[in-house]
Ligand binder design. Structure first.
Ligand code: PGA
Ligand code: ZN
Length: 405
């Protein structure tokens, strides 16, 4: 089986970011994949697009380097893309091009072999729970919204992915009701990932989401845990955490105390990026002091080298995996393998600017993720959630993650 053709087109993400769509052909079978794009991007991520955009991508794109390769050989496809680009961060062809070709190759290869895409991964499969943001702030919403980027809900007591997705949607609706109660003038605005974007301060927002989750959990009789993605690098400036929207600046030490306090006070079970992406030390201290999921996104950027440092310092106990941060499925799979080998949990994640492609669900199951982070509503989020639900229904032999928190 060989890649017989590859073509590129211009496209857009759900936020309207320019991006790349790739079609890979394997004989008469083909697959088309469009790359997502982040807003709170880590410093060390692959570059989404070179400054010259699509025209510049086309100048560096050499289709011939991919022809003849086995589309299911993640390594060979990855090596060819790296050779074609020639830089360490895909600054010539763009991480978007690399992502789209890498995923489209595997999807086309799976189709040509009558396999499901998730079966082409080499790690132990697992059915993750969906985790999604029901209230948003930071770089995903406007100035009146919280400094904290994401307020997350995860129904770990659900018996199926469908039940979990339904529960998250119920929380989404409950959050709206509670926002409207506080602020009758709320116009129903949403942030980039479909979470409500309300004029509310961090702690009021945590309280509101806590009470919404508790109400739905009680009503449905399902355990639902709450989490936050602080995306703290986005407001770490000149050595302090600048909560500009609430007019407060915290030193690193104060930030640690603040995070420990809200974990305890609001019974949070999931904390993502509570510190700046360079502060491995603080990640490590928090992981020692609390018994919750401490997850690194911008700190690791799906990069195995940065992860090794994190593992050696126990800087967290889980990682976000975003294939477009590193550029290829091969490198993402190595990252997951390294994480799982060290006992770190893997959370497969969407981006704030995403597409209606459903493939994240297969990536999540394929790498044995414990959670799939992909929002709650919006076409580009629902496509992944319903694909995960379908995989769950069609493959009862793949067990749902059993939460350890
Ligand atoms: P991004 O944010 O896709 O805008 O980078 C998502 C996240 O931080 O988890
Ligand atoms: Zn994040």
């Amino acid at each position: 089986m060989q890649i017989s053709d590859v073509s590129l087109r211009r496209s857009f993400t759900s936020r309207g970011d320019a991006t790349i769509e790739a079609t890979v052909k394997v004989g008469s079978i083909e697959a088309t994949v469009t790359a997502p794009a982040g807003a709170s991007t880590g410093e060390y991520e692959a570059l989404h697009l070179p400054s010259g955009g699509y025209d510049s991508v086309l100048k560096s794109f050499k289709k011939g380097m991919l022809l003849g390769i086995d589309p299911l050989n993640f390594k060979d496809v990855s090596d060819a893309l790296k050779k074609m680009d020639g830089t360490s961060n895909f600054s010539q062809i763009g991480g978007s091009t690399s992502f789209a070709i890498s995923v489209a190759s595997a999807v086309a290869g799976a189709r040509a072999s009558n396999m499901q895409f998730f079966e082409t991964f080499h790690l132990k499969h697992q059915m993750p729970f969906p985790i999604g943001n029901v209230l948003g702030g930071g770089k995903h919403a406007g100035p009146g919204s919280p400094d904290i980027q994401e307020f997350l809900s995860c129904p770990v007591g659900a018996k199926s992915v469908f039940e979990a997705v339904s529960a998250n949607i119920a929380v989404h609706h409950e959050v709206l009701k509670q926002i409207e109660k506080r602020d009758p003038t709320f116009a129903g605005g949403k942030g980039d990932e479909g979470a409500w974007a309300a004029n509310i301060k961090d702690e009021d927002a945590i309280e509101l989401v806590r009470s919404s989750i508790d109400a739905v959990s009680k009503q449905l009789g399902i355990r639902i845990i709450m989490g936050l993605d602080l995306a703290a690098s986005t407001f770490y400036q000149n050595g302090v955490y600048n909560y500009s929207r609430k007019g407060k600046k915290l030193t690193s030490e104060e930030q640690l105390g603040y995070v420990e306090n809200i974990i305890k006070k609001y019974d949070l079970k999931y904390i993502e990026d509570p510190f700046d992406e360079e502060d491995f030390e603080m990640f490590s201290r928090l992981t020692k002091s609390v018994n919750v999921m401490v997850i690194g996104d911008d700190i690791f950027v799906t990069d195995t080298k940065r992860l090794r440092k994190g593992i050696s310092m126990r800087a967290g106990n889980g990682v976000i995996l975003k294939v477009n941060q590193v550029g290829t499925l091969y490198d993402a799979e190595l990252f997951a393998e390294e994480a799982e080998g060290a006992g770190f949990m893997v959370i497969a994640s969407h981006r704030s600017g995403d597409t209606c492609d459903p493939y994240l669900a297969h990536i999540a199951v394929g790498v044995g993720a414990v959670l799939m982070k992909s929002g709650v509503v919006g076409g580009e989020r629902i496509s992944k959630l319903m694909e995960l639900s379908k995989i769950n229904d069609d493959n009862p032999q793949i067990a749902l993650w059993r939460p350890i928190i």
